[in-house]
Ligand binder design. Structure first.
Ligand code: NAD
Length: 374
């Protein structure tokens, strides 16, 4: 199969959809890989590294035109809509429920659009979202430590303390993928860490891996308030799948927090879990409410494209190989998790939540593609 990778043109996006290592795996499977010149630069992968593993460098027009399977990181933006076409499979983050114009452009084009974020395993894990949560969780702890510094408007506290001086306190709301990874880095920095989660099963899992190193607390309004008022850094990492994040921290609570404390709202992409949160960008990441620093960057992994690109290819490659080796119909038929990734095909929306979001009728995938294992 001919597989293509184009340079991301969305502002502030430096990731690329395939590493040279991934390109080599595909070439070894007998596929032709086309890479837009300069596509890997933002992630420190020069063109020469792709060429060295057998990929062909080309202009954007040629890559879009030549390939059967187009790999991207972010959803196509308006100027890319005219490039969408029938007979091509597009595999990327799409987030269509929040983007009606793109949904309609995909339908009109006849392309087969598979979204990373809706690929879902039988145990309801989202394998192509998880690495970005790992990255964001780890960055949140770093951001918390950074913005505690006095010249940056913080309390002026070293999170790890020093010999004879108490460390800072980090409260993490939600102990899932983001929360666990925040805890690992906060612990590494020497902080005192408390994780609150409302799933007792999740608390048990965390107990097994972090036993004795963190305080694990069942989340309730009272415990959230206690933890938040006592903390130097609060990391918001809750998720209720398919819903807006619950506002666990009220504006009144923020008023009572320590002066110069830091709130990192990682859940901001789902609306945020602090009442005082609003989305920020990497170029202007923090603002202050009632003397509390708010870090609410909605695309945190974009700050570390070298790490994020490799983490992304690690998880997407098996699915890419599967589509490339046997074609999209057979790949989808043999992998129910990939079938859930199909959002639009043959002009029809097959992912129910997307159809519902835009008042469209969802077409069962089985009507468009054969889903019996082959
Ligand atoms: N800002 C960014 O750049 C960025 C990047 C990646 C992920 N995220 C977001 O981070 C959030 C967390 O993602 P994740 O992968 O860790 O999800 P996850 O499903 O792995 O974990 C969420 C956890 O929140 C817990 N939870 C739900 N309600 C709670 C409550 N009331 N109190 C305490 N815990 C509660 C759940 O039990 C679960 O353990 C999501 O909103 C995700 O979209 C943001």
């Amino acid at each position: 199969m001919r597989i293509g990778v184009v340079k991301e043109i969305k502002p502030d996006e430096y990731r690329v959809a395939l590493t040279p290592a991934g390109a080599r795996e595909l070439a070894q499977h007998g596929h032709e890989v086309y890479v837009e010149a300069g596509a890997g630069e933002g992630s420190a992968f020069p063109d020469a590294e792709y060429e060295a593993v057998g990929a062909r460098l080309a202009g954007a027009d040629d890559v879009w035109e030549a390939v059967d399977l187009l790999l991207k990181v972010k959803e196509p933006i308006a100027e890319e809509y005219p490039r969408l076409r029938e007979g091509q499979v597009l595999f990327t983050y799409l987030h269509l429920a929040a983007d009606e114009p793109l949904t309609r452009a995909l339908m009109e084009s006849g392309t087969t659009a598979i979204a990373y974020e809706t690929v879902e395993t039988a145990d309801h894990q989202l394998p192509l979202l998880a690495p970005m949560s790992e990255v964001a969780g780890r960055l949140a702890a770093q951001a918390g430590a950074h913005f505690l510094e006095k010249p940056l408007g913080g309390r002026g506290l070293l999170l790890g303390g020093v010999a004879g001086v108490l460390p800072g306190k980090v409260a993490i709301l939600g102990g899932g993928m983001v929360g666990y990874n925040s805890a690992v880095i906060a612990l590494g920095l020497g902080a005192q860490v408390r994780i609150l989660d409302k799933s007792v099963n999740r608390l048990r899992q965390l107990e097994q891996v972090l036993s004795g190193r963190v305080e694990l607390v069942m989340s309730s309004a009272l415990e959230v308030e206690r933890a938040v008022l006592d903390a130097d850094v609060v990391i918001g990492a809750v998720l209720i799948p398919g819903a807006k994040a619950p506002k666990l921290v009220s504006a009144a609570m923020v008023k009572e927090m320590k002066r110069g404390a830091v709130l990192c709202d990682v859940s901001i992409d789902q609306g945020g879990c602090f009442e005082t949160s609003h989305p920020t960008t990497h170029s202007d990441p923090v603002y202050v409410v009632d003397n509390v620093q708010h870090y609410c960057v909605s695309n945190m992994p974009g700050a570390v494209p070298i790490t994020s690109t490799v983490a992304l290819t690690n998880v997407t490659l098996p699915y890419i190989e599967s589509i490339a080796d046997v074609g999209v119909r057979e790949a989808v038929a043999s992998h129910p998790s990939l079938a859930l990734g199909v959002n639009v095909i043959d002009g029809k929306v097959t992912y129910e939540a997307v159809a519902e979001a835009h008042g469209l009728e969802a077409t069962p995938l089985s009507e468009v593609l054969p889903l019996e294992p082959v």
